[in-house]
Design a protein around this ligand. Sequence first.
Ligand code: C2E
Ligand code: MG
Ligand code: MG
Length: 730
Amino acid sequence: MSVLAVAQDVTEVTDLREKVRVLESLVDRSDLPKPHTNNAMSVEAAAEYYRAIVESSDDAIISKTPEGLVTSWNPAAQTIFGYSCDEMLGKSLLVLLPPEKSDEERFILERIQAGETVEHFETTRIHKDGHRVDVSVTTSPIRDRRGHVIGASKIARDITAQKMAERQLKLTASVFTSTIEGILITDRKGTIVDINDAFSRITGYCKEEVVGQDARMFRSSNQGPEVFRFIKMALRELGEWRGEVWSRRKDGKSYSVILTISSVRDSYGNVQNYVALFSDITPLKLQQEKLEHSAQFDSLTDLPNRLLLSDRLHQAMAMCQRQNQSLAVLYLDLDGFKYINDNYGHDVGDALLISVSNRMRLALRDVDTLARIGGDEFVAVLANIDSTHDCIQLVERVLGACAEPVHIQGRELKVTASIGVTIYPQDDAEADQLMRHADQAMFEAKQNGKNRIYLFDSALDAEVKTRSLQQERIALALLRQEFVLHYQPKVNMRTGAVVGAEALIRWDHPERGLLAPGVFLPAIEEHPLSETVGSWVIDMALKQMVEWKLLGLSLPVSVNISARQFQQQNFVNHLSEALANYPEIDAKSLELEILETSALEDIGSATKIMQDCHRLGVLFAIDDFGTGYSSLTYLRRLPVETLKIDQSFVRDMLDDSDDLAIVKGVIGLASAFHKHVIAEGVESVANGKKLIELGCYLAQGYAIARPMSGSRIPEWSATWEPPAQWTQAL
Ligand code: C2E
Ligand code: MG
Ligand code: MG
């Protein structure tokens, strides 16, 4: 082989070891191998040629003495290690060794001295500027013709970049294998080409089972095909997609993943692969679901809590509006639960709540919502209510379910429920208000004896609301002195004598004019204000009597007393104080008109009050007589002087034989029990005449006079004359 050929071979040989071997055969400059010298090229030329090769090599080619002192140092050695030839000639290579490899050079030299080649090995050296260089090194002994080792040749190739790439590859590989995320790689058609260990761990599929398969094999039916269409579109347009999807494991179970799919393109931009990276978020999802559940459900009974209830109620109301239906809101409070909690402990109480709530749930329908909103308080929303009747039937089922005995820890326990119900949209209120109304009704159910249902009355509620506004206004009217008394004369129709006047209250309303008592008194019927108003009336009537008296008119006055006023504590004391304020008035000229009903409500106490009033001198009349249900026994016992026939009978007595019979009856009764009788509502002369014929001479009514202000009474009394038909009757 010619030197040229050898030299050419050296440049072409890429395997390092081979290169070394070839170079070895050339390295002995003093004595190039014989066969070569026979060739056309001279030894000098060959040496020059060899030098050129060494100089132009990318690998560091270094020679050294057996002791390790550098004898040659090519430019590549300078490039790789940073030291120039001048700096290194005659020096040891130890300077290149990193501390942890300080023994390496000694070891190499020992081997060289023993005539061995230190085979191609990879190590690290330190560059002059301090950075590390990965090198692949082969050191071989150089021998003289006699075979003695006279030095060593060293070829070092910089493999830093290669090492780095290897490390990078290793890192990438370890990411692929050791990451906890599942990785799936497909070709551009979606055929699986590789998966990592995590993929197998998560899905249960091993590599052999999936490689070559279509990636769509993992699709879960938990989501519609539109999700995949969307992913495809995103990959086409953006090159990647990230989101949450459901997937399917080998065992068929669905699980939730957070998935990133990226497309890998070649240098021309064509998609070569898709890489899907995903993590199993099922535990997270479950945790999230658990959290969501506990935010919306009661932990003891697992019923919806107040939050979810409010949500459901709003939805149900919206549905009602859309479909023109009704719903019912039930507010349910257990009766006797506190007793169980206090006597048997909270564990038993809790067990009872669970058991009762399960029963209620069973009593309701699937469309209904039952929620626990407090200790022993529940609210149910019943959807699709066809009629109040159906609703009540359903609620009765719930009531029955609550009342069933419960067996806990060997004991038989029993509670009942009080249930308030309101029906929407009949009760046209907001969701919160519906609950309040049902609660209000539940309170009524408790008040009325528990273990019962009470239906909220929205009309009544509206009335109560306006009533309380009216009460406020009436209190103000008292302060502003807007009330006045009018008087309606009472006469003896036969004689024409004015026997008295009935005081009738009016409200001189600044905006609405003169208001009759029927407009405002009902609003305070059950209110303490009626007592205040009542006292005011008595006081004003007495005052009026004094004024008339001063004008020479002694006219008895009847005052209407409400039931509440009459039963008020200290009524007698108040009355006596009022009378004491007007000593000039004889108590006998004051008559109190009480309704039949208020006298009979508690006949015992009514009798007592009347007797006490009698002691003061005051007289009594029963107003609107005939409208109540007085028994004859009661009537006999009642200490009243006068019965006042209700105007409804008087008005129609000429046309209605029943009314006439009643009027006759009342007159007969009065006579039998030695009481006076007076007819009210005498609107016509004919009526008056008939009354006279029947034996009732006293009367008041429009036929005689309308109620008028107190100041007009004296003149009226002085001038009034009865119709001749009356005076001439009988
Ligand atoms: P009442 O005590 O039965 O009074 C008679 C009512 O009949 C009065 O109405 C009077 O104006 C009316 N009236 C009198 N004659 C006729 C008639 O010929 N035809 C007709 N249609 N009506 C006649 P008013 O003043 O509107 O009083 C209504 C009721 O209000 C009274 O019925 C009484 O129960 C109550 N009331 C009036 N003033 C007071 C008061 O100061 N205190 C209390 N607690 N109640 C009063
Ligand atoms: Mg009256
Ligand atoms: Mg009356």
